[in-house]
Design a protein around this ligand. Structure first.
Ligand SMILES: NC(=O)C1=CN([C@@H]2O[C@H](COP(=O)(O)OP(=O)(O)OC[C@H]3O[C@@H](n4cnc5c(N)ncnc54)[C@H](OP(=O)(O)O)[C@@H]3O)[C@@H](O)[C@H]2O)C=CC1
Ligand SMILES: CC(=O)N[C@@H](CCC(=O)OP(=O)(O)O)C(=O)O
Length: 341
């Protein structure tokens, strides 16, 4: 068995990790770490979950020797605090926050917080599994991608990488369920305001913009610019990203669908769909569902990507990366079907 520890176990992503590890055939949870709730047991905290009944402990760097992989399910800035204490740790660290994803100057501009030391960030491999699998296989530090960044990059990468679209004409409108904001309450996520409402936020300033552009460049060598608008939806889970791009090839919509299918033919979690896009085809699962439409009148392509923000957008992809890193079947523990209804 591969032994796991979670830091930030009382948060939404921590809870999702617990669920996934609890039914994983090869992973076992040995340490549940928490800043706010030490002394509670997992059974007290999550009585509905089938998982080892551990007592929540504080993070202690001298008590990690028996752990093969540590998941940091903590906010950006807080992960940085743990990361700097893990430099001597010999296991695998998978950070779900943005703290290891961007170089310091970009991180400080977009997150508005001090970055981790550049030498630490440089050790981390970006864990968009489908496009960086070989690097993940041997990585000890993995920067798990952001939720919007995952949905958008998975939709755009075949097109940017193939040189099929103008990299300076990418306009993305994306919306997320409220769990994407974490469990903390804010004026925007308060029920009275978020329920029966759609709110635009962080327009053109979202911290996943540089992450998406960096990923497009890392995979394709193409410097793309992405205009991203993000919206908060009154649903618990799910992200839908609608991407409007200008093709550089003339071909039919059926050919575009085929091209996308071929790009992801061997990927267990990427499904190219036809018919009407909806968020619920992915929610509850680790799938990313993609659609592509040709608007012949305006000569633009519309690419749609949907994921569950807590699964493929966070904990699911973290488990997928851990599976790859430990040489397991990539789908181990991730065989949940979408809830749909
Ligand atoms: N929710 C989502 O859909 C996604 C989340 N992520 C990333 O995953 C990480 C965890 O997200 P999520 O679970 O949603 O966040 P939550 O706010 O729900 O939980 C974060 C947890 O981190 C711990 N923590 C430690 N110090 C602090 C602090 N100063 N302020 C707040 N929390 C603290 C707490 O757990 P404890 O007290 O037990 O230590 C807390 O429950 C974040 O970096 C987020 O950006 C990424 C993609 C999607
Ligand atoms: C709905 C909602 O608020 N979503 C969050 C996603 C948080 C996230 O993924 O932040 P990191 O970059 O730290 O990983 C947001 O838009 O900021």
């Amino acid at each position: 068995m591969i032994t796991c520890g979670i830091v930030g176990v009382t948060g939404y992503a921590g809870m999702e990790l617990l669920k996934l590890i609890g039914k994983h055939p090869e992973f076992t949870l040995v340490r549940a770490m928490s800043d706010s709730s030490t002394g509670l047991t997992l059974a007290q905290l999550y009585p509905w979950l089938e998982i080892e009944d551990l007592t929540l402990e504080p993070f202690r760097v001298d008590a990690l020797d028996d752990i093969d992989v540590i998941f940091l399910a903590t906010p950006s800035g807080v992960s940085a605090h743990y990361v700097t204490q893990l430099t001597e740790y010999e296991g695998v660290v998978i950070d779900l926050s943005g703290d290891l994803r961007l170089p310091a100057s970009s991180y400080e501009t977009w997150y508005g917080k001090p970055a981790v030391p550049a030498s630490l960030q440089a050790q981390a491999v970006y864990g968009l599994t489908e496009w960086n699998r070989d690097a993940v296989r041997s990585a000890n530090w993995i920067a798990n991608p952001g939720c919007y960044a995952t949905a958008v990059a998975l939709g755009l990468l075949p097109f940017v990488n193939g040189g099929w679209i103008d990299p300076n004409e990418i306009i993305v409108s994306a919306c997320s369920g409220i769990t994407g904001a974490g469990k903390g309450l804010s004026a925007k996520t308060h029920h009275a305001r978020s329920n029966e409402n759609v709110q635009l936020y962080k327009i053109h300033t979202h911290q996943h913009i540089p992450e998406i552009e960096q990923t497009l460049y890392a995979v394709s060598g193409t410097q793309a610019t992405v205009s991203l608008s993000t919206h908060l939806l009154p649903i618990n889970r799910g992200i839908m990203a609608t991407m409007s791009v200008v093709p550089t090839l003339e071909q039919s919509e059926a050919d575009w669908v085929d091209a996308l299918r071929q790009a992801y033919a061997d990927e267990p979690f990427i499904r190219v769909q036809q018919g009407e896009p909806e968020i619920r085809t992915a929610v509850g699962s680790n799938y990313c569902d993609l659609w592509v439409y040709l608007d012949q009148r305006t000569n633009r392509l519309t690419i749609i990507s949907v994921i569950d923000n807590m699964q493929k957008g966070a904990a699911g992809q973290a488990i997928q990366n851990a599976n790859v890193r430990f040489g397991l079947n990539e789908t181990a523990g991730l065989n949940e079907q979408p809830q749909y209804i």
